[in-house]
Design a binder for this molecule. Structure first.
Ligand code: MG
Length: 318
C-alpha cells in the first residue's frame, strides 16, 4: 500500500511528502474546498493482497462501452452542429473546425473559449451530450459484475460533464457508488462555473476571465487525478481508450492499460480489446498470477499486437 501522505491512513507510517504535492497547490487554488484524496477515506479491504495496484482510474466513453455503438459519431455531429450555430460556419467547415479545435486546444469548448466566444460549459454540454441517443447504450451486467469484483478503489476519470457520466452509468446499469469518486469536467474546471454575469453586470465577459480548460491529456488534469486518488502513481492503474491520454498518464508515472485498440504504443503497459478482457489480461489486479500469454483472450491480443501492423488512428473527439 503506498498512498500519498497528506492524509495518512490510520496506522500508516509517516513518510516524506510527495514531490507531486509540491506541484499541485496551484491547480487547487481554483477550488474553494478541494476534496480529500480517496486514499484518505477508502476502506483498504485489499491491504495485504498481492496486487501491484492500490487504485484504478477508469475512463468512461469508449472505454466502459464500445466505441462502435454510435455514441461517438453522434457526439461529433452534435459538436459540429453547435459550432455551426455558434460560429455561423457551414457544415463542411464545422467538421474541419472541430478537428482544428481538438488539435490546438484539446476540445471544441476549449477552442471556442480561447477564441473569445461567450459559451457557458453547461450550454455546450447540454447541446453536445444532452441530445445523444443514450438508448444505444445497453445495460451491461458483465461490466457491473467486473467492476464490483475489483477490490481496489475505483475512480471514474472522464473529460465529460457530470450529467453525461451519470446518464451513461445509469444506461450501463452500473451504480454511481460503484466508484469511490467521479472526476469529470466540473471537477477539473470549477473556475468556469463562477459566472461574473451573475454579479449583475451585463455585456461581454471580462477580458481577465480565466477560460483555460483543464482536460485529459493535459499534465494538469493528470496530476489532479493522481492527487484526488491519493495513491502512488506507480501503484495506480490508468485505463483509457485514447493513446494521448495513456501517454500523459505514463509521463507522470501511472501504470497504463489501453482499451479498444489493436496496436501497442510505447506508453501502454497492457493492451485490451475491450474492458471485458480486464480479468484475463491483468489478473494481477485481483492479486492473481499473470497467466502465460495472458489467458485465452489475452493470448489472442498479444498475438495481434505482434502481427498487426495497421495502426488505428486516434479518434478525434470533442
Ligand atoms: Mg474515452
Amino acid at each position: 500500500m503506498a498512498p500519498l501522505n497528506m492524509w495518512p491512513l490510520p496506522g500508516a507510517a509517516p513518510s516524506r511528502p510527495s514531490l507531486l504535492l509540491l506541484l499541485l497547490p496551484p491547480l487547487f487554488s481554483r477550488m474553494q474546498h478541494p476534496p480529500p484524496p480517496v486514499a484518505s477515506v477508502a476502506v483498504m479491504e485489499f491491504r495485504g493482497s498481492k496486487s501491484p495496484f492500490d487504485c484504478l482510474l477508469l475512463d468512461l466513453d469508449d472505454t466502459l462501452y464500445s466505441s462502435t455503438i454510435g455514441i461517438r459519431q453522434a457526439c461529433k455531429k452534435n459538436i459540429e452542429d453547435f459550432l455551426a450555430s455558434k460560429c455561423g460556419v457551414s457544415e463542411g467547415r464545422a467538421s474541419a473546425l472541430r478537428v482544428e479545435h481538438f488539435r490546438s486546444h484539446g476540445s471544441s469548448l476549449a477552442g471556442l473559449l480561447a477564441l473569445g466566444y461567450d459559451v457557458h460549459p453547461d450550454e455546450y454540454h447540454s447541446f453536445v451530450h444532452g441530445r445523444l441517443p443514450y438508448e444505444l447504450i445497453r445495460p451491461d451486467a458483465g461490466l457491473r459484475e467486473l467492476l464490483l469484483s475489483i477490490p481496489q478503489p475505483k475512480i471514474l476519470f472522464t473529460n465529460s460533464d457530470r450529467q453525461h457520466a451519470r446518464r451513461t452509468l445509469r444506461r450501463l446499469g452500473v451504480e454511481e457508488d460503484c466508484f469511490h469518486r467521479i472526476i469529470c469536467f466540473e471537477t477539473m474546471n470549477p473556475h468556469l462555473f463562477k459566472d461574473e454575469r451573475e454579479t449583475g453586470s451585463s455585456g461581454p465577459l471580462p477580458a481577465t476571465r480565466n477560460v483555460e480548460v483543464i482536460l485529459k491529456p493535459s499534465a494538469a488534469a493528470m496530476k489532479m487525478a493522481v492527487w484526488l486518488a491519493g495513491f502512488a502513481p506507480h501503484r495506480t492503474l490508468f485505463v483509457d481508450d485514447n493513446e494521448r491520454n495513456i501517454a500523459a498518464g505514463k509521463a507522470i508515472g501511472l501504470r497504463t492499460a489501453l482499451v479498444g485498440k489493436r496496436e501497442r504504443t510505447k506508453e501502454d503497459d497492457y493492451l485490451l480489446d475491450s474492458i471485458s478482457e480486464l480479468r484475463q489480461v491483468i489478473p494481477e489486479i485481483w492479486g492473481e498470477q499473470e497467466k502465460k500469454g495472458g489467458g485465452e483472450h489475452g493470448a489472442a491480443t498479444t498475438m495481434r499486437r505482434d502481427l498487426d501492423s495497421i495502426r488505428e488512428t486516434t479518434p478525434i473527439g470533442a
